[in-house]
Design a protein around this ligand. Structure first.
Ligand code: GDP
Length: 646
């Protein structure tokens, strides 16, 4: 009986006795003798308290771990297809069982008027995660020899790609088991029975960007210098990058087959940059070779092994795998595909894994020959399938004890990343870009592109991404067809992106959100203008801005076809005013279908200079007749805005 004691029950619900008594009274439940409740009343009370919690929570969807379309649809009492449709409108394709990110799920829930929240993970769990993430220290006796991982660097056109090709060919000649070479970001060759791993992306950009993210994957760098060209600016950069990373260099003096080849001159120039080669009495190994004629390639590989031996590269293969993502992409058929380099431990199919902010279970592993493998030990590059999300090149991956831990860690990292992004970024605008670039506060310029046709999205994406330079990397984080929606703006806000629209407008409401979130939306009708603007902004030379100042919005309500005159619209001024000399944009479903001039503006039968809000008018357009009832005419004037220089 004592279990039904009010005091006891209050403790169960984590309330004070007074609170509970008030509730019991509110619910109209009778308190029996000795401050107790009857057995059936305890059950009733429990039911009512739960109901109350449900009501109070209102439209909240709680999630824990991975989020699927089905799960949130069920929680909101919607059909999965309704949710999928909404997602499609937001530019995300998803199937019922597909995992979607918290951000996307949150946006879609908002669309249905729900709030998405994460279930609280208890402190204990967090502690546990920290522990699980800790990478075990290796005992000297567990360490075994591992193959070297090599990056090829050097000036453009000095033969990096050719050398990598030549190296791969060596392997084929050596009679290794064939197969179609798969691009997984790295390839392996064997020389004298020893394995060497080559990272496939030549140049120091990849090397440096990984390092910038805290990943050190290269053990040895091969510096390619063309014997007919000598040390060039990127050669010097490569030397400096290798030095900064403390990675030993081997110099490949390439193109010795060329008539103008002068290896001695290269050696002399190297000495001027602090690299004294062996035959000059120094300790830098150099190999004179020809990638094209396949000369001395094996010698180079032998030298790599020699340096590797000196470096005593070792790892413990018998622990949970850890390594680095070399590159990753989203594949239509296979989902997230990540090329990873296992640096220690052994990665196996079925392992629960976290890579950056992505998590999952390794569903399949494919090696550089395109073959499926079941496990990959230290210094092995494999492509892995099964991650929920696309990690970034340079992200660390770790195998963890179970799926749940993987999910929790990934989620924790995601929220940390979001918080950091919010903290670090005062929102970017094109006008302030140069300033922020100079201060070094912007390294990445994220862009969202919305356009009326897919072709434009692609064209703009490619042109803009090409503008990336040493100071700033331009990333198109999202591109889609259709008007600029509120979810575009929220995505931009979350990832500190600028939105570029081509022949599209923000839908009503999204402009206000953009203003609130300080998201810069730029709309264009000509692609090259956008590129010019971006270029100018990056060099701090943004032209005096011409801004279109909207003067009013007019709705087309009737259409008259008048012979000899064309199509005339009976219209109503919704906001502001429209002027005879206004420029106009005709917008249908958020897409600009015409931009040009008015040809007539009338009140009744008279030509007028302007018509204000709340009045009807007659409109026709210069060289445009294809109007429909419901079209919105945006009237605007173009104004020059002085750019302020502080
Ligand atoms: P990368 O920009 O450093 O990757 O250079 P590539 O590998 O694309 O080579 C640039 C050009 O140099 C190509 O036309 C190659 O055919 C040529 N090339 C590369 N290696 C040699 C070589 O050993 N001898 C000669 N004659 N040409 C070479």
């Amino acid at each position: 009986m004592s279990n039904n004691n009010i005091k006891h029950i209050a403790e169960d619900y984590n309330m004070s006795e007074e609170e509970l008594i008030k509730k019991i009274n509110d619910f109209g439940i009778e308190i029996a003798d000795g401050n107790t409740l009857a057995e059936e009343d305890v059950a009733l009370l429990d039911e009512m308290i739960k109901e109350e919690i449900r009501e109070k929570k209102g439209k909240v969807v709680e999630v824990e771990g991975s989020i699927t379309v089905q799960h949130i649809a069920e929680e909101m009492g919607k059909s999965s297809s309704e949710v999928i449709m909404k997602l499609m409108k937001m530019g995300t394709m998803a199937t019922i069982n597909q995992e979607i990110s918290f951000d996307i799920a949150s946006l879609v829930c908002n669309e249905f008027g729900y709030e998405l929240v994460k279930k609280d993970n208890s402190e204990n769990e967090e502690l546990e995660i920290e522990e699980l993430m800790e990478i075990e220290e290796d005992d000297e006796k567990d360490l075994v020899h591992r193959p070297p991982v090599v990056t090829v660097m050097g000036h453009v056109d000095h033969g990096k790609t050719s050398l990598l090709d030549a190296i791969r060919d060596t392997d084929v000649i050596a009679g290794e088991a064939g197969g179609i070479t798969q691009h997984i970001g790295a390839s392996e060759v064997k020389i004298n029975g020893e394995k060497i791993v080559f990272l496939d992306t030549p140049g120091h950009e990849a090397f440096t960007s990984m390092r910038a993210r805290g990943a050190q994957v290269t053990d040895i760098a091969i510096l390619v210098v063309a014997a007919d060209d000598g040390i060039m600016p990127q050669t010097v950069e490569a030397i400096n990058h290798a030095k900064a990373a403390g990675v030993p260099l081997i110099v490949a003096i390439n193109k010795i087959d060329k008539p103008g080849a002068n290896p001695d001159k290269v050696k002399q120039e190297l000495s001027e940059h602090g690299l004294l080669v062996e035959d000059w009495g120094g300790d830098v190994i150099s190999v004179e070779l020809s990638a094209k004629k396949r000369l001395n390639i094996e010698t180079l590989l032998e030298m790599v092994l020699l340096v590797a031996e000196v470096e005593e590269l070792k790892a413990n293969p018998n622990k949970r795998a850890i390594g680095t993502v070399i590159e990753a992409k989203l594949d239509k058929g296979r989902g997230s595909v990540a090329s990873v380099l296992v640096q220690a431990g052994t990665l196996r199919v079925g392992d629960p894994i976290v890579a950056g902010t992505a998590s999952g279970k390794v569903r399949a592993m494919i090696n550089y020959k395109g073959k499926r493998v079941k496990e990959a030990g230290p210094s092995t590059a494999v492509e892995i399938l099964g991650l929920s999300d696309v990690p970034m090149g340079g992200d660390q991956f770790v195998v963890v004890p179970n799926d749940k831990t993987a999910r929790l860690i990934a989620e924790k990292r995601q929220s940390m990343q979001r918080e950091e992004m919010l903290k670090a970024s005062s929102k970017i605008s094109l006008d302030a870009l140069f300033e922020q670039m100079s201060e070094g506060t912007v390294k990445d310029l994220n862009i969202i592109i919305k356009a009326d046709v897919q072709g434009s999205v692609q064209a703009v994406k490619q042109s803009l991404e090409k503008l990336s330079n040493d100071e700033v990397q331009i990333n198109v984080i999202h591109g889609g067809v259709g008007a600029i929606t509120e979810s575009d703006v929220l995505l931009a806000s979350a990832s500190n992106a600028i939105i570029i629209g081509f022949n599209v407008r923000p839908v009503s409401g999204s402009e206000q959100v953009a203003e609130k979130e300080a998201v810069d939306i730029r709309t264009y009708t000509i692609i090259y203008k956008a590129i010019e603007d971006m270029k100018a902004a990056m060099s701090g030379m943004l032209d005096p801005e011409y801004v279109d100042e909207d003067t009013g919005k007019v709705e087309i309500r009737e259409i008259y076809k008048i012979s000899g005159v064309g199509t005339v619209a009976g219209a109503y001024v919704l906001t502001g005013k429209i002027l005879r000399n206004s420029k106009v944009r005709i917008v249908r479903d958020g897409i600009i279908i015409f931009e040009g001039n008015l040809s007539t503006l009338r009140r009744f039968k008279d030509d007028v200079k302007e018509v204000a809000q709340g009045y009807e008018c007659g409109l026709s357009f210069e060289n445009y007749n294809d109007i429909k009832v419901g079209d919105i005419v945006e009237a605007y004037i173009t104004k020059e805005v002085e750019r302020t220089i502080d």
